[in-house]
Design a protein around this ligand. Structure first.
Ligand SMILES: O=C(O)C(=O)C[C@]1(C(=O)O)C=C[C@@H](O)C=C1
Length: 445
């Protein structure tokens, strides 16, 4: 059976590897066609390190330099202000390998892309940092288990901009070698987040859970070692690819099971037309009663919908002192359905992580749209912008420490496509940083 198992795996993997090398597998079947369209980049000069990072091979050993990578894949759009992430051949980095849920999402969202699978997310971020890939795709939240906390930390550690978010429904299945029943299972492999999404389903099984980076890694272990008492939780694609049978479909505790992914690039991709979009910021606050409430009231005063707040420990300054007491110190990640607001008046630091469009793959209905009325003033530079696109670079520079104060005034939010619910006047007390003499923007007076 070992031979049968490995030849089964080999034949499946031959298809996967044809995809990996960017070769046409020559098959005429529907599945083969899909694999042929799916191109993955193998970067020969990249060495995975034990810590999951990547480093480039030294030049003497035939380095695959950024310049060579660039030549191989044509002109880079990484410095182009109008980065088109939905173009053909956009290079998409992610943590995963053939058959993973994340890869399925990548090909759903970017059907003509070149996939750049990496061992770890850190390596995927580095691939974009070093221009080997245009964008990185990062899971950030699941509809039943919530935030992927470690991935929030990655957003801050790297200087990439969020350029899009994509929500995907992922059906999880339990699979094992052909002939293996649910009762035979003693070990189950999966990604920790996928275990969490199936906690209730798993409670009836007496199994040991083993974490792997993604479901395909677990499937490969089972297939290669011919483990007749092990299963793996993941999406259906990997089961097919690694020659496993589905023991149970819809194994996740809640349906639909949605994962929200962020797409990040080196350059901010500012929405040029007003549509359904979001901004993500991260900030720290000074000590004091109600400070978070005051910062967030800036959104309320402008009728801006906050869609998510996440607090994380401030790793650089883990403790703050209040009187004689020491407390944990936090930073706050906030997503809101508009452009940036004047939180920076109260923030000890603030970074705009991105302003981006929201996409849903196979899901329904936009919730809110922003009208074209938007004005930003950077007092020091006296810049007035009439669109979010114009305003964004100024907001980013102010947020990253340049002198000045950028304030978004307005905006008028259309709650439905049928018409505005009314404009929001800037509230003087909320705009305390506004310099006298500049006056209120005409559009709002
Ligand atoms: O195990 C896989 O196949 C994965 O792709 C893992 C993965 C991901 O990285 O996107 C997939 C979905 C989950 O919600 C969390 C993790």
């Amino acid at each position: 059976t070992t031979v049968a198992a490995s030849s089964r795996l080999m034949s499946r993997r031959a298809v996967a590897c044809a995809g990996y090398a960017g070769m046409d597998d020559g098959g005429g079947g529907e599945g083969m066609m899909i694999m042929a369209r799916r191109r993955r980049l193998v970067v020969p000069g990249i060495i995975a390190t034990a810590g999951g990072g990547v480093r480039l091979r030294p030049a003497t050993k035939g380095a695959y330099t950024c310049a060579r990578a660039q030549r191989a894949r044509g002109p880079s759009l990484a410095t182009d202000q109008s980065l088109d992430i939905e173009r053909a051949n956009v290079h998409v980095a992610y943590q995963g390998s053939p058959g993973t849920a994340i890869e399925e999402m990548v090909f759903k969202a970017f059907p003509d892309c070149i996939a750049v699978p990496c061992k770890k997310f850190v390596a995927a971020f580095e691939a974009v940092d070093s221009s080997l890939a245009d964008i990185v795709v990062l899971p950030i939240e699941n509809s039943s288990t919530g935030s992927f906390h470690q991935n929030y930390d990655l957003l801050l550690r790297h200087k990439l901009h969020i350029v899009q978010e994509v929500q995907v429904e992922i059906e999880l299945c339990l699979w094992a070698l052909p002939g293996v029943q649910k009762n035979d299972l003693r070990t189950i492999f999966s990604h920790p987040e996928e275990f969490a999404q199936c906690e209730h389903s798993l409670s009836s099984l007496r199994v040991i859970k083993k974490n792997v980076d993604h479901c395909a890694a677990g499937a490969e272990i089972i297939s290669m070692q011919n483990l007749g008492d092990a299963g793996v939780i993941g999406n259906a694609q990997a089961a097919e690819l690694y020659g496993l049978n589905i023991v149970e479909c819809n194994f996740q505790d809640a349906s639909p099971n949605l994962t929200r992914y962020l797409v990040l690039a080196k350059t901010a991709d500012i929405p040029k037309e007003y549509g359904q979009y979001k901004t993500s910021i991260v900030f720290g606050l000074e000590e004091g009663p109600g400070i978070l409430f005051k910062a967030l009231s800036a959104f309320w005063m402008r009728d801006i919908n906050l869609s998510k707040i996440e607090s994380r420990p401030n790793k650089r300054e883990p403790m703050r002192t209040q009187g004689n007491e020491k407390h944990f110190n936090y930073i706050f990640y906030v997503d809101f359905e508009a452009s940036t607001a004047e939180v920076q008046q109260r923030a000890t630091f603030l970074r705009v992580l991105g302003c981006y469009q929201m996409r849903e793959v196979g899901l329904t209905a936009p919730i809110c749209q922003l009208s074209t009325v938007e004005l930003v003033v950077n007092q020091e530079k006296g810049t007035r912008c009439s669109s979010l696109g114009e305003a964004y670079p100024c907001l980013v520079s102010v947020a990253s420490g340049e002198p000045g104060l950028a304030i978004v005034v307005g905006p008028v939010i259309l709650r439905s496509l049928s018409g505005p619910t009314g404009g929001i006047l800037p509230n003087p007390s909320a705009s305390a940083g506004w310099k006298k003499g500049l006056g209120w923007p005409e559009k709002f007076t």
